[in-house]
Design a protein around this ligand. Sequence first.
Ligand code: 5AD
Ligand code: SF4
Length: 362
Amino acid sequence: MQDKIISILKKENLNREDLIILLSANAVDTELIYKKAAEIKSKHIGNCTYFRGLIELSNVCTKNCYYCGIRRGNKKVKRYTVSDDEVLQVVRYALDRNWGSIVIQSGERQDAKFINRIEDLLRKIQALSSEKIGVTLSLGEQEIDTYDRWLEAGATRYLVRIESSNEDLYYQIHPKDKLHKFELRKQALIDLRNAGYITGTGVMIGLPYQTMGDLADDLLFMKEYDIDMCGMGPYIEHEDTPLYRYNDVLLSVSERYNLTLKMIAILRILMKDVNIASATALQAINPDGREEGIRCGANVIMPNITPIKYHDAYNLYKGKPQIIAETDEYIKKLEEQINEAGDLVGYGELGDPLHFKNRTKP
Ligand code: 5AD
Ligand code: SF4
């Protein structure tokens, strides 16, 4: 089997079968995959990791995804929204630390009040940073006009996770109604790219009944959509969600963790110059999980800079690292681990994916 893995890793173009073989590699052979991914990262984008300050703006959500702890139907959640002043305070924190960018993430809302508020907030952030800070949005599916307005107001990147590229699996983890349409999710990625955003997507790994073939298709989906950024993490069950009932068919937590690292490494091999985030959900399983992601080909870490008083309420899944204040001391340790993984931190740089610069637009 090792010979087979070695020969696949020498190929220029990987097909679905190759990807399934890589995803199924044993622990020893997996090291070969990590090594290849590290080489490609070093050669194509350099040994640099970027910090993005993550702001979990609000857990108010109109959607009802079956896996997510802050879904509309979960009445146990205390809903919050971070104020503009609080956002600006943590943006200042990121600027003071010379981080090149922030990510604003929130439950999905499409109402005019929300759209206007984000537009205003983006302008305030750009004014505060003298237009120097990169802003990534992760605010779900919106109308084209909204994407345009937010781009105009200062956002440059947008993440919409497809969650799973297999339509059947998508509908096993989402209600089949007009709010959760697979086609619209895919269309969002096309609209964002056409609008001029640096566009990102991602999937969850280890979903109930997800196969290696599904994960191979997820990787091919990212290639087909020619995405610029990816954030993918292990699925982690949450007991107050409908998907929790499939708990006993899941891979073990450590299998999901290892499979996520493999997905990161294989994506790096497949799409050499994209940005890949080492997801927070990795850290929920292993305190050093995000740093391991860096070793396997990821180049972005998103320290959570949401004011601590809100951490408890953005509970997407079980064991989400909550009260870990990403203090100066903690960040220093993170940087040391990034250095140990062979990378430097890209201070003062936007860190836009080379893929975006290299591709023919849109
Ligand atoms: N496990 C892992 N990731 C989850 N997300 C939501 N719920 C879970 C969960 N139970 C991820 C989704 C979503 C992002 C905001 O968080 O991929 O896009
Ligand atoms: Fe809302 Fe996103 Fe959670 Fe779905 S995954 S319920 S859209 S916050």
